[in-house]
Design a protein around this ligand. Structure first.
Ligand code: PMP
Length: 476
């Protein structure tokens, strides 16, 4: 390798990157990002790249946004941080009000009742938002039903973060194995993964598998059986955690329309909490532009709404867990009863994070943002069609402006690549050479650009993907 520039050298010498085989990492010069504007990132050599995954799904309005920059500047001239242990602060209080307002749902059903979310517990990232929900659900269940041992049910392949509680309710075997001795047990139901569903009798077509599936909602039958079996064993599930509409790190697995509503109905019928992990799906990622949260698209309000990533517009680590008065009240009591929620982080309700999140919420409510989201969704839908020409494209799954493209050996057989072939990594490296950055999930390429991404930029992203697949994966 030629002599590396100073920053690349320092990175190689001192930084341990997340989810990265560091032996491979140090074999090549890293891309050192030094600035950005809108959907474009620039490295320290001045080379430009499109941000194809919104900097790991965090950025929503685009980088270096004048409104968000201004909000940060203004807040930093007052105070960056003070403790929430014993003190309140202005932006955290204003943001909590906005979050509660934004999470109102007006949909009423005869099949189940939606709760109201009225309280906000802050933390730092997606994992901690889920960790909070797990602990709150656990303790409030024990308080209200002391004889019931709280049990968690989740979806196969689920990823809810890396803290021990969040990993425990996840179901990615690779991560589970590594920490099995540390985790508590949770159960799972099958994911409604139409493309690889054993109950889908449809032959492969050149379309999203949800649209041509042939089944009788057997996946819902399985969920029902799981709840009934637990009830019969007198060991009912007390919380069901899910990512609504699209399971992200599981491999961009979309849910067919109606799946979540049906599952929510079952869950409510079994007196079980719903924990919505909207860390990826929240803030308009997966919806038509009138809604901010993916659960609402299916008329579902959870008992816990976990938010992070896009909350601060992709600027600062900031997370929130919204919950109901019923959960909140179960922690009330006399001091000496010690019913307090014994949990919290130093940067709870951080002023800079709250101020930039408030500004981001305001941007989201503007017509401009709504029309950006609509255009992005349409532009992606139109340009993605070209990919069906490639035999290695098995499934193209778009939910709102999130896309997962599953690479296979041949679309006619749906035969998967072995993880060891690293096809996702190879394709993403070839995309990077073409000026587009994203990260694969196994053999699935994720495309999820910031909302400001223009039509021409979408075209560039998709054509880079097309050329990268054609170059890296010769047809079988
Ligand atoms: N939940 C989901 C759905 C996620 O996608 C992620 C991160 N990719 C997390 C939780 C964990 O978030 P964080 O990395 O911010 O801890």
């Amino acid at each position: 390798m030629p002599k590396l520039p100073k920053l690349a050298r320092l990175d190689h010498e001192y930084v341990w990157h997340p989810f990265t085989q560091m032996r491979d990492w140090v074999k090549s010069e890293p891309i050192v990002i030094s600035e950005a504007k809108g959907a474009t990132l620039r490295d320290h050599h001045g080379k430009e790249y499109l941000d194809g995954n919104s900097s790991i799904w965090t950025n929503i309005h685009g980088h270096n946004h004048p409104v968000l920059n201004r909000a940060l500047r203004k807040q930093s001239q007052k105070i960056a941080h003070s403790s929430a242990l014993g003190f309140a602060n202005e932006p955290a209080a204003l943001l909590a009000e906005q979050l509660v307002r934004s999470a109102r749902i007006t949909t009423r059903h005869k099949d189940f009742q939606n709760p109201r979310l009225q309280k906000v517990f802050y933390s730092d990232d997606g994992s901690t938002a889920l960790e909070v929900a797990v602990k709150l659900s656990y303790q409030s269940t024990l308080r209200n039903r002391p004889k019931t041992k709280p049990r968690f049910l989740t979806i196969d392949g689920a990823y809810h973060g890396d803290t021990v509680g969040a990993v425990s309710i996840g179901h990615i075997d690779l991560f589970h194995k590594a920490y099995s001795g540390l985790l508590f047990k949770s159960d799972k139901v099958m994911a409604p993964y139409c493309y690889r569903c054993p109950f889908n009798r449809a032959k492969p077509e050149r379309a999203d598998a949800r649209d041509y599936r042939k089944c009788n909602w057997e996946c819902i039958g399985k969920v029902e059986q799981t709840f009934n079996k637990a009830d019969r064993a007198k060991s009912p599930f007390t919380a069901f955690s899910y990512e609504p509409l699209m399971q992200g790190a599981a491999g961009m697995i979309p849910q067919p329309k109606g799946w979540l509503h049906r599952v929510a109905q079952l869950t409510r019928g079994h007196n079980c909490h719903l924990i919505a992990d909207e860390v990826m799906t929240g803030f308009g990622r997966c919806n038509d532009s009138s809604k901010l949260y993916a659960s609402h698209q299916e008329g579902v309000q959870p008992d816990f709404l976990c938010l992070a990533k896009g909350l601060s517009g992709g600027y600062l680590p900031m997370a929130a867990t919204l919950t109901t008065l019923s959960v909140f009240d179960s922690f009330l009591g006399e001091y000496e009863e010690f019913k307090t929620f014994f949990h919290g982080h130093s940067y709870f309700g951080n002023q800079l994070g709250s101020a930039v999140s408030l500004a981001s919420m305001k941007l989201l409510a503007q017509k401009k943002s709504q029309s950006q989201r609509d255009s992005l969704r349409k532009n992606l839908r139109r340009d993605l069609k070209a990919l069906w020409n490639l035999p290695q494209i098995g499934d193209i799954r778009q939910v709102g402006n999130v896309v997962g493209i599953e690479l296979v050996k041949d679309w006619r057989t749906r035969k998967p690549f072995d993880l060891r072939e690293q096809v996702g990594i190879r394709v993403c490296n070839a995309m990077a050479k073409r000026g587009v950055l994203t990260r694969p999930i196994g053999s699935v390429i994720a495309i999820m650009p910031p909302y400001c991404t223009t039509r021409a930029q979408v075209r560039k992203m998709i054509s880079a993907l097309y050329d990268a697949v054609a170059e890296s994966l010769p047809p079988a």
